[in-house]
Design a protein around this ligand. Structure first.
Ligand SMILES: NCc1[nH]cc(CCC(=O)O)c1CC(=O)O
Length: 312
């Protein structure tokens, strides 16, 4: 019998859901696996918002060490948490089929009115904070770090009226009954990679195994979209602390990819966005083009302002 594939993952419930999802796909294809839990800095440092921790890859670094030492064969990440450029000795082997991409509003208040004056929404995402300031100016935001269960506990304690979260995580954790509003993805454009699971491995992993894992786990349509979004993010030099957004969609026949990407200032006052369509084979070029255009149209200034504020 072949050795089981060691799947490295963080220990949060959502991360474990993702790892078990990978294990199930492998098992269906006849491959045995085992799950290895690795704690990351992002799991430990909970008292600071992510933009303050600053370092890239807070949810991925320790997993990447595991790939290098051979402690694990593959690492499973929320695609959204994977930094835009990964080290040369590692590669992203697969992007799994994407879940519904929207952000949602989750609350214990069944009749939650988003227009209510003084509404308090929990989120630690700079993108969500900025978009809420722009599109729901009646609401204020409060920090909500920690894994989903921690945030929901804070919600239950009454620290906020509602949380703004990715549908994908809420659904995977089976909290659908608490979803009160699905935010339109045309306005609250999600972060790069939202809703997809990324599989990372060492470049040096056995080639035959890489090919097999790619065949089993990769979803080609999602992969094309993520290529466009990640090229956008890389060109933006964003990282997770920058309120940029990018959503790519593939035409039903798979021939063309449409990318909607942009950047919003922290106070929500300035919003730069752009949407274009290209041949699916040009997905990366499309991401680069849209990011360059947004940067040239004032995006660079917004980035500079954000960095100045953050480092002040
Ligand atoms: N940054 C944390 C994170 N990374 C991935 C998800 C949700 C699931 C996903 O998008 O795959 C979340 C939580 C959230 O944004 O609500």
């Amino acid at each position: 019998m072949k050795k089981p594939i060691r799947i490295g993952t963080r220990g949060s419930k959502l991360a474990l859901w993702q790892a078990h999802h990978v294990a199930a796909c492998l098992e269906q294809a006849g491959l045995a696996s085992e799950i290895v839990i690795i704690t990351t800095k992002g799991d430990v440092v909970l008292d600071r918002s992510l933009d303050k921790i600053g370092a890239k890859g807070v949810f991925t670094e320790e997993l990447e060490v595991g790939l290098r030492t051979g402690h694990i064969d593959i690492a499973v990440h929320s695609a959204k948490d994977v930094q835009s450029s990964i080290p040369d000795d590692l590669e992203l082997l697969a992007f799994m089929e994407r879940e519904q991409v929207n952000d949602v509003v989750v609350s214990f208040q069944a009749d939650l009115d988003l227009r209510k004056p003084g509404l308090v929404l929990g989120t630690s995402s700079t993108r969500r904070k900025a978009m809420l300031r722009r599109f729901l100016p009646n609401a204020s935001t409060a920090e909500a770090r920690g894994n989903l269960q921690t945030r929901l506990r804070k919600l239950e304690e009454g620290q906020y009226d509602a949380l703004v979260l990715a549908y994908a995580g809420v659904h995977r954790m089976e909290y659908d009954h608490l979803i009160r509003h699905v935010l339109p993805e045309t306005q609250f454009v999600p972060a790069t990679g939202q809703g997809s699971v990324a599989i990372e491995c060492a470049r040096a992993l056995e080639p035959a195994l890489k090919t097999e894992l790619h065949r089993i786990l990769d979803h080609p349509a999602t992969h094309v979209c993520l290529a466009a979004e990640r090229a956008f993010l890389r060109t933006m030099e964003g990282g997770c602390s920058i309120p940029s957004f990018a959503l790519a969609t593939l035409s039903p026949d798979g021939a063309t990819v449409h990318l909607h990407g942009g950047l919003i200032s922290l106070d929500g006052a300035k919003l730069l966005e752009e949407a274009q369509t290209a041949d699916a084979s040009q997905a990366e070029a499309l991401g680069i083009r849209i990011a360059e255009s947004v940067l040239a149209r004032g995006g660079q200034q917004i980035l500079d302002e954000i960095r100045r504020e953050r480092d002040a």
